[in-house]
Design a protein around this ligand. Structure first.
Ligand code: HDE
Length: 703
């Protein structure tokens, strides 16, 4: 580590220790605490007031309303959903780390995960295009360890001091608080184009990663380089990876916008339903491991959080698997009050001097102090570690323990020297990488090894297929065509042009501008694997994906029966969730056409006999007063336009043509029997987006 960056002491190592308990239910149960008392499980904190009486005490009501509104929403990542689960270690990893949760094959550690978007406020829609938070807490037997990561492996900035600027630029305007949960505005693109360290993350966000199909279908990353430390004090540099066992899948933009209007809770609903149905999602935790002296070996600085280590250079070593299997009992008490901190680390894990990470070690504690009005948020049930707590935090607002030690300081002679500071050899306490030496000069400036902002966005862009490149360009076109400032548009094109002349020309075409001449300083043809979403690996499972079966509930019992057998066959063979749609909620119908739309399904099938609902003839049932005119056709056509597999059984084949779906199109299936359609739908769902709703432009001349 000899890069010329500002090196801060790892104060966060101290921040992770202030953790305790909260028996708020019964004053008589106030705990008398010594410095190290085991915690009780979360269960004891659950209060059931469903059979009790409401208080008529106005004072209490006022106090309660003040209390419940006291915790402000998160300044960023306000919109989110959480779930409990278990992490299971694959092996004894003491060859890599002293972390106790990784020291035995099969060892289970409880976890709580919170997924989020970044820019939107707490009531915003789930499917806004954004980076997504992926924060995991491990309640290990040696204290809490948090990986506060995102679904994109890089970040916008390299130094924490720039974070307020980034957030001010991305958030709504200060005067009118518009636009909500969106970056399609002048200040965001002004910042992106003035601070080119943002380009790499921006490219990932403008590709499918910004609009995942669900929290379950995205990967997670710790982003910064961390350290794993062994018992002997030796250490390695690592990057954390969460790889989704559901595979990666994303929406398309028109669909995401429609979802935002139809179901703002789309992602939290999906996660909740999957867990309730016993199909909790799983991720494999892995690390890329690099020797301490190889921080500059890959042509960039491992302390620079805007860079990935391509997996061809350093493969990911899988350490264990996490399964989420329990929804929260109370959103506020758990998901809202969970207070993650990158500073929450355990023995065997340590920080690096990454200047973004160093700032986060301070900032997250500040945030939690501000949100909670004091340091005792660590005593809340969801934040409280399962391991015994030893710290010297005392008093403060909301202190719920009665500490009994009257010599709460160290060193002391009056209490036999306790409490004592734990160290590597004493008390199996906390330690940082003790064998490490740092040399070099300290400057308050960005290291020259942090200066290349263009090669890696280009690597990312080169690694996408032409269709996915077009997807990315469409996203940039959508965003920048809402930018009003000519200067900003000019600056955007200049930065895009440093990544790729192709991108600059194609974005410029939509803006009615000329791209600057090619600037090939950073151009190269390298590629990396595994970053694609739409043309990546097929999904490993289609279980829990949603299929809409369009039928008629009137005048055609056979069509309704066919919908029923199709539903049974699909659910039994594929484990998908099937919704049978009809004009009214007759028996066998799950949803009406008046409530249905294509955002609710990953694939759509029209059954034999439902044709009359799709004809444009105004005298027919297609204009029934039971649903808005043309709704069945719209569901089918939208599903097709948004790249979903669509199918028609028997005579319903004619419907495809009549609404404008080419029968021979990719992912368009026709059959007479239920079994054949089940197979086709499985194949289509595995590909997920069987076609993207635009043509690929193989060369610039086609713009
Ligand atoms: Fe955060 N970030 N962040 N961030 N972040 C917060 O903490 C901050 C950064 C991330 O579900 C806040 O408790 C600074 C990178 C997630 O509760 C706040 C900097 C990464 C979550 C904060 C960063 C993240 C947060 C808001 C630059 C990926 C949601 C409320 C130095 C590695 C956690 C809160 C949850 C939340 C500050 C950069 C991920 C304000 C100053 C890089 C997933 O403290």
């Amino acid at each position: 580590m000899q890069s010329k960056i500002t090196t801060l002491l790892a104060w966060g190592s101290l921040l992770g220790l202030s953790q305790a308990a909260c028996p708020f239910a019964d004053p008589a149960a106030l705990e008398r605490r010594d410095d190290a008392q085991p915690s009780e499980p979360l269960e004891q904190f659950k209060v059931d007031d469903s059979k009790g009486y409401m208080s008529s005490d106005v004072g209490e009501a006022r106090r309660c309303s003040r209390i419940s509104s006291f915790v402000p929403e998160r300044a960023v990542h306000a919109r989110g959903a959480g779930a409990h689960g278990t992490f299971t270690s694959y092996a004894d990893w003491s060859n890599l780390t002293a972390a106790s949760f990784l020291n035995t094959a099969g060892k289970e550690t409880p976890v709580f995960v919170r997924f989020s978007t970044v820019a939107g406020s707490r009531g915003s829609a789930d499917t806004a295009r954004d980076v997504h938070g992926f924060a995991t807490r491990f309640y290990t037997d040696e204290g809490n360890f948090d990986i506060v990561g995102n679904n994109i492996p890089v970040f916008f900035i390299q130094d924490a001091i720039h974070f307020p600027d980034l957030i001010h630029a991305v958030k709504p305007r200060p005067d009118n608080e518009m636009p909500q949960a969106a970056t399609a505005h002048d200040s965001a693109w002004d910042y992106f184009s003035s601070q080119p360290s943002t380009l790499h993350t921006l490219f990932w966000a403008m590709a499918g990663n910004g609009i995942p199909r669900s929290f379950r279908h995205m990967d997670g990353f710790g982003i910064h380089t961390f350290r794993l430390v062994k018992d002997d004090g030796s250490s390695k540099l690592v990057k954390w990876h969460w790889k989704s066992r559901q595979g990666k899948a994303s929406l398309v933009w028109e669909e995401a916008q429609a979802v935002a209007g139809k179901n703002a809770d789309f992602h939290r609903q999906d996660l909740w339903d999957a867990i309730e149905s016993g199909n909790g999602p799983e991720w494999e935790l892995g690390v890329q491991v690099v020797d301490e002296d190889k921080a500059l070996a890959f042509g960039f600085d491992l302390l620079d959080p805007t860079k990935i280590i391509p997996e061809e250079l350093v493969p990911v070593t899988p350490l264990g698997v996490m399964k989420l299997n329990r929804n929260p009992t109370n959103y506020f008490a758990e998901t809202e009050q969970v207070m993650f901190q990158p500073g929450h680390i355990v023995r065997g894990i340590d920080f690096t001097e990454d200047p973004l990470l160093q700032g986060r070690l301070f900032s997250y504690l500040d945030t939690q102090l501000n949100r909670n009005g004091g340091p005792n948020f660590e005593q809340l049930p969801i934040n409280r570690p399962l391991a015994p707590i030893h710290n010297n935090n005392r008093d403060g607002a909301g202190q719920v323990f009665i500490h009994t030690n009257i010599y709460p300081y160290s060193p002391n002679t009056l209490n036999g020297g306790f409490p004592q500071q734990a160290n590597q050899t004493h008390g199996r306490g906390f330690f940082t990488a003790p064998g490490r030496r740092v040399t070099g000069e300290l400057f308050r400036e960005i290291s020259p090894t942090f200066n290349d902002h263009w090669s890696q966005p280009r690597l990312f862009y080169n690694s996408l297929s032409p269709v996915e490149q077009q997807f990315l360009i469409n996203a940039i076109r959508f965003e920048t065509s809402q930018v009003k400032s000519a200067t900003v548009k000019h600056n955007v094109l200049a930065q895009l042009n440093r990544v790729s002349h192709d991108v600059a020309v194609r974005v410029a075409a939509a803006l009615g501008l000329e791209a600057p001449p090619a600037d090939d300083t950073y151009y190269h043809n390298n590629k990396t694997a595994g970053v694609a979403i739409f043309d990546g690996e097929p999904l490993p499972t289609v279980k829990t994906l949603r299929v809409g079966v369009l039928t008629t509930a009137q005048k055609n019992a056979t069509a309704l029966a066919q919908a029923g057998s199709l539903k049974a066959a699909l659910e039994e063979n594929l484990g998908v969730v099937v919704t049978v749609v009809g004009e009214s909620l007759a028996e066998g119908v799950d949803q009406t056409y008046s409530a249905a739309d294509a955002t609710g399904y990953d694939a759509v099938i029209v059954v034999d006999g439902a044709e009359r609902l799709f004809t444009a003839d105004s005298s027919s049932a297609a204009t029934s007063t039971l649903f808005p005119a043309g709704r069945p056709s719209q569901v089918l056509l939208d599903a097709y336009r948004w790249g979903k597999p669509v199918a028609a059984l028997g005579k319903a084949e004619a419907v495809l043509q009549s609404v404008g779906v080419p029968v021979s199109g990719k992912g368009v299936y026709t059959a007479t029997g239920v079994d054949a359609i089940v197979k086709d739908i499985e194949e289509g769902l595995k590909t997920f987006k069987v076609r993207l709703p635009f043509v690929a432009f193989p060369s610039l001349s086609n713009i």
